[in-house]
Design a binder for this molecule. Structure first.
Ligand code: FEO
Length: 392
């Protein structure tokens, strides 16, 4: 595949990242549409690279930088976050950028050296919220955003151009040749992917997000350049900020029901269908046999109500249901929700009890527990319909 061109995305700022059209699993997150690792080259007399790319795209990044400038002219590499999708190429890159200093916060430096011990041989400049990186004609400020989504996460801000380099913030997992929201025809789809990203990456971190948004209030922002997917400028800046404000305030949770279940012989699936048909609220149906947890998480993120079903399987719930509860609990997508539990059994009624313990440990409120032996009869059906009224 030919190398995607570098692109001038703002005065003095080139996109030099990489598009990963093929990645489908990203530490468990199912990236059905691939992703990108956006890195930016700020052209100043002191050339500055902002973020790098995943290791296998290191040569691409290097070639793109070479299309714009001499490698020896790169004076700084700002690392906003140590996770390997943004740092994997850094050790190789530093062997090529002979005059570069790595600019990052103290925690990120520690993470980078633990991940890539060879980096301890290179110069670091440690920054924090009160430190500026003064280039010849640009000034870079730093905004620490710990737990968005690692302790080392930070944003960088160029005071002369009002550009926020937000790394994972405001991003989405999509591989595409467009760079900005105003170039996208199906804008709702990008918002959908942004929410999917929030649900699966930022889920537990609404408080740090609210703090970060508060700290960023004083900045005049004309452009947000993300490290994944689409970036934001012009009229669409407000759309990106609004999404995060809504998320930080839990306002994207609606009166919606997500039904998560696994069925072995059809009984639990039949109960799930009765719940779906009887719900007075919009429903998302997550049959774990065919629905991946990434999609489940997005639906749970938007749902005030959950219904979770499992057959009893060797004295407990099934592995897939346990795994789903584990995943949703980690992302804080059970906490604060009303949960209906339903389950079938043959000789030992254990699944619902097992799920109840997990849900209560995760901060959910169990409003209904319905077990049924072998199959769904009229009494069970009536109980399911009746208990749905608790979702009001
Ligand atoms: Fe895109 Fe946290 O890495």
């Amino acid at each position: 595949m030919p190398l995607a061109a570098t692109e001038l995305v703002a005065p003095d700022v080139y996109w030099v990242g990489a598009i990963d059209w093929s990645v489908r699993v990203f530490h468990g997150y199912h990236t059905d549409e691939g992703t990108s690792y956006n890195a930016y080259l700020l052209m100043d007399e002191e050339v500055t690279l902002i973020d790098t790319v995943k290791v296998q795209f290191g040569l691409e990044l290097l070639e793109r930088i070479k299309q714009i400038t001499f490698l020896d002219s790169v004076k700084y590499v700002i690392m906003n976050h140590a996770e390997n999708d943004h740092s994997g190429a850094l050790p190789f890159l530093m062997t090529q950028l002979k005059n570069a200093t790595i600019v990052t916060n103290k925690i990120c430096m520690e993470h980078l050296i633990l991940l890539y011990p060879s980096l301890k041989n290179y110069p670091f400049k440690i920054v924090n919220n009160s430190t500026q990186l003064q280039l010849k004609t640009h000034t870079i400020h730093f905004l620490q955003v710990p737990m968005l989504h690692w302790p080392d996460s930070m944003f960088s801000y160029c005071a002369e151009t009002n550009i926020l380099f937000s790394n994972d913030g405001f991003g989405q997992h999509i591989a595409c040749s467009e760079r900005f929201m105003d170039q996208i025809a199906q804008k709702d789809h990008i918002i959908h992917l942004m929410r999917e990203y929030s649900a699966n990456i930022l889920g537990p971190f609404q408080v740090p997000l609210a703090t970060a948004l508060d700290n960023a209030k004083g900045l005049k922002i004309d452009m947000i350049l993300t490290a994944h997917g689409i970036s934001w400028r012009g009229d669409y800046l407000g759309m990106a900020l609004n999404e995060y404000i809504q998320f930080s305030q839990n306002k994207q949770m609606q009166k919606k029901l997500t039904v998560v279940f696994q069925s072995m012989n059809g009984a639990v699936k039949k109960a799930a269908q009765i719940i779906m048909q009887g719900s007075q609220h919009p429903v998302q149906f997550c049959d774990l046999a065919i629905t991946d947890l990434t999609k489940c998480a997005l639906s749970a993120y938007e749902s005030e109500f959950l219904a979770i079903g499992s057959p009893t399987y060797y004295g407990q719930t099934t592995p897939l249901v346990e795994s789903a509860i584990h995943y949703l609990r980690g992302l804080s997508l059970i906490k604060g929700r009303k949960v209906m539990l339903f389950g079938s059994f043959c000789w030992s009624d254990k699944a619902v009890l097992s799920m109840k313990q997990m849900i209560e440990n995760a901060g959910g409120t169990v409003v209904s527990e319905i077990s049924f032996k072998m199959g769904v009869n009229e009494i069970t059906q009536a109980a399911l319909i009746n208990d749905l009224k608790k979702f009001v």
